[in-house]
Design a protein around this ligand. Structure first.
Ligand code: ADP
Length: 168
């Protein structure tokens, strides 16, 4: 069915964002130009095995700071299936960024599962920009753990807070 022109096109952009990187900001910026409204949503589920470095509130705060200039972007958290969350907020699409082949394999599997659960919600993939195609939150944390400089990879406030968090 073609989209209803009277209805805003809302998309969700889910992730752990622990913490947000310039690669995420790039995807969010590009997606915000495609959709009427973009909801960046941070997973806040205790079922996840790997413990996050930053709390969900801290991660939300970093994203809000980094996207404050994008007027059609808002930030939220979720702790249900992403397709269920998308339905709740009236989104018709899930936006993901794709870096390497490894992202593709994982995303293909997630896509099949989400399609099975909710065939009406489409997933949309944006290719990572070349300068960020090897950038991940876990890589940034590893560099920062060993005292490396991450100021080119994450927003300034995140770089500062990473230094403090990992010094503890
Ligand atoms: P990470 O894999 O860095 O921990 P998340 O789980 O927070 O990231 O990912 C949220 C979304 O952002 C995913 O769709 C992921 O593929 C995408 N993403 C993460 N880093 C980048 C990047 N450097 N370029 C493009 N997309 C990215």
């Amino acid at each position: 069915m073609p989209p209803d022109p009277a209805k805003p096109h809302i998309a969700v952009c889910p992730g752990s964002y622990d913490p947000i990187t310039k690669g995420h900001v790039d995807i969010i910026t590009r997606a915000s130009e495609i959709f009427d409204e973009l909801i960046v949503t941070v997973i806040n589920a205790s079922v996840r095995k790997d413990r996050a470095l930053f709390t969900a509130e801290e991660r939300v705060g970093f994203i809000q700071d980094a996207t404050a200039h994008l007027t059609n972007v808002r930030v939220d958290t979720f702790d249900v299936l992403i397709v269920e969350y998308a339905r709740r907020v009236g989104a018709s699409a899930i936006v993901k960024g794709l870096r390497a082949i490894s992202d593709f394999e994982y995303e293909l599997e997630m896509n099949q599962l989400n399609r099975h659960l909710a065939g009406d919600i489409e997933s949309v993939y944006l290719m990572a920009s070349p300068q960020y195609s090897f950038l991940s939150s876990s890589g940034v944390k590893e560099i920062a753990t060993f005292g490396g400089d991450v100021s080119d990879l994450v927003p300034d406030e995140v770089a500062k807070r990473l230094k403090e968090a990992l010094a503890r």
